[in-house]
Ligand binder design. Structure first.
Ligand SMILES: [Mn+2]
Length: 371
């Protein structure tokens, strides 16, 4: 019997993006909206089993009101069974809100020892919660799978990575007897992969929490059966974190740079472009006379988007024929280098690079990693 699941992880409700300043307070609440959206989606899609693979909360020190809203939402979806295996950020100890709160009947919070439950006939769910923020892994799950049911595991840990966050080895997977293992911990989503007869995947985090968690975030939804893993990624994030490099060569003012950037973002991200958080990196060669005020551009972008910051990685486009006639140290340097470039064909590219770096050094600090 195929079972329709929703797999989510690492929503980190309560986390604070402090760089947002005043908006950080409302941004914290958005994780709740994203959770509610996931539950609504599960209802629409007639999901039977909603798996949460840990780090639902960013910390056990979270306002009760946040936890109440999560539990309320779960209780309104009583046609769905929810299974929660807690992770390193929200371990199931005496500090856990889940050890105090009234748990809805359709939510099962996995204990800290290996456990198997049967939420409905023909489907068994296996898992365990972290008891502390660090967790030594075991090389196999201690509860054997039932050959006569669909077997699904929901667990937080590091698949294929050793360490102290419940490492999950190939042997663990190969001996598990699972049809699907729903993982949490790694915030970057992975496509389902098959080891033996077991499919395993990270759904990734559900809402990006910084410029190291870029692009679409969401959940896996689909059917699991014996030898079947038919799941699809569905983005549900409220906002995306986005890094874009904008080439500003030949532009002549902050206004032109702002206009080009804005047009690019509108074209690429469509009507909801303003909802996202942007890190814009300016690249290309600009005239010596243009001293870009990146803060001015950032302020203007902030006024039309949820958040923006701007990095300037441009380099200066020098008029070498003009500079070589300057009666300055820089003029002498350029004249000498141009002579070397003209006369020493073998080392031409090295001299060209030295010229570029040297000229940069007259202007500002030199980054030798630039090309
Ligand atoms: Mn996490």
């Amino acid at each position: 019997m195929a079972v329709k699941i929703l797999h989510m992880a690492d929503l980190h409700i309560g986390a604070n993006e402090s760089f947002l300043g005043e908006r950080a307070v409302s941004r914290r609440l958005e994780a709740l909206l994203t959770f509610e959206k996931a539950v609504d989606l599960a209802k629409e899609e007639r999901v039977q089993l909603f798996l949460i693979a840990g780090d639902l909360l960013d910390s056990n020190r979270i306002e009760n009101s946040f936890v109440e809203r999560v539990l309320d939402k779960i209780s309104t979806a009583n046609e769905i069974k929810f299974v929660l295996s807690l992770g390193n950020h929200d371990p199931f100890n005496t500090d856990s809100p889940f050890s105090r709160a009234k748990i809805p009947e359709n939510l099962y919070v996995m204990p800290t020892k290996d456990t198997c439950i049967e939420p409905f006939e023909g489907v068994k769910v296996y898992g365990r919660s972290f008891s502390e923020s660090l967790q030594k892994g075991e090389d196999r799950f201690s509860v054997p799978a039932d050959e006569n049911t669909v077997n699904i595991m929901c667990i937080h840990g590091c698949f294929g990575i050793s360490g102290e966050y419940n490492p999950i080895s190939d042997n663990f997977v190969l001996t598990s007897g699972m049809d699907y293992i729903a993982l949490g911990h790694i915030h970057k989503r992975s496509e389902p992969q098959k080891l033996g007869n077991t499919y395993i995947a990270y759904s990734g985090c559900t809402e990006g929490l910084g410029f190291d968690e870029l692009g679409e975030k969401g959940v896996y939804i689909g059917n699991i059966d014996k030898n079947l893993c038919d799941i699809t990624f569905v983005p549900i994030q409220r906002r995306m974190h986005i890094v874009e490099r904008i080439d500003v060569t030949n532009l002549e003012s902050e206004t032109e740079i702002f206009d080009k950037t804005l047009l690019f973002l509108k074209e690429k991200y469509g009507e909801n472009f303003a909802d996202n958080l942007y890190k814009i990196v300016l690249t290309g060669e600009i005239p010596e006379t243009l001293d870009i005020d990146k803060n001015e551009i950032a302020e203007r972008l902030k006024s039309v988007t949820y958040f923006a910051k701007v990095y300037d990685e441009t380099s200066i486009k020098f008029d070498l024929q003009k500079i070589k006639n300057e009666v300055t140290l820089r003029g002498i340097f350029v004249k000498n280098m141009l002579q070397k470039i003209a006369s020493d064909k073998e080392n031409k590219t090295i001299y060209e690079r030295a010229l570029k770096l040297g000229l940069g050094a007259f202007e500002k600090e030199v980054n030798f990693d630039e090309d």
